[in-house]
Design a protein around this ligand. Structure first.
Ligand SMILES: CC(C)(COP(=O)(O)OP(=O)(O)OC[C@H]1O[C@@H](n2cnc3c(N)ncnc32)[C@H](O)[C@@H]1OP(=O)(O)O)[C@@H](O)C(=O)NCCC(=O)NCCS
Length: 172
């Protein structure tokens, strides 16, 4: 599945993305706010590409004009719920590309994708203090629901306060 927006192309990842992914994901400002360790070697990129980035509805966010990789966005449908009506979204944009509205633009596209898939509720979580992500959630129309203290993130060895926001999609 390839999704085009005004400036972006959201497409499945390929192993050829490893070098560009590594360059962006080695920056500690990305992973530590997403719950994973900054990449230390190119193999970390290959491993991510062959595991969670290979999941359905996990997209490389690229610029339509140049094809360059700017970030990542994923919709994960909660398969424990038999109706598959709940999903969460996760995203990051590489630091050189912050402040251009790319997360919001990709977010709007993924919300539409969720709607097509019959998702009724989307959950977006961010760590306490992540004001840029809080702002993205607001711009996308999410409503703050709850705050959870001491959530364990084993990959980064931390217990953090997480804010949970929610978007209800209108049924067709
Ligand atoms: C959060 C993130 C995805 C935002 O990407 P982006 O493409 O720069 O986002 P956008 O440009 O669409 O919107 C960012 C908004 O946050 C605002 N913002 C940025 N930094 C901010 C800060 N420190 N405090 C308050 N608002 C901030 C911007 O001004 C913008 O709002 P505006 O359009 O009203 O001016 C990016 O900063 C990132 O990847 N951070 C690290 C990883 C991460 O946090 N991922 C999300 C985990 S939940």
């Amino acid at each position: 599945m390839i999704i085009h927006t005004q400036r972006l192309c959201l497409r499945p990842w390929s192993d050829a993305d490893a070098p560009a992914l590594f360059e962006l994901a080695r920056d500690p400002r990305i992973g530590m706010l997403c719950g994973w360790k900054p990449y230390e070697r190119i193999d970390d990129a290959h491993e991510a590409l062959s595991t969670f980035l290979a999941a359905p509805d996990s997209y490389a966010v690229t610029l339509s004009s140049t094809g360059e990789l700017v970030g990542s966005i994923a919709l994960r449908i909660d398969t424990d719920s038999p109706e598959a009506t709940v999903a969460d979204i996760g995203y990051w944009i590489g630091a050189p590309y912050w402040g251009n509205g790319y997360a919001s633009e990709a977010g709007r596209a993924i919300i539409e994708r969720a709607r097509e898939l019959g998702v009724e509720t989307i959950i977006l979580k961010y760590f306490d203090g992540n004001d840029a992500s809080r702002r993205v959630s607001e711009k996308l129309g999410f409503t703050w629901r709850s705050r959870e203290e001491g959530v364990e993130y084993p990959l980064i060895g931390k217990h953090l306060t997480v804010h949970c926001t929610e978007l209800a999609l209108a049924a067709h």
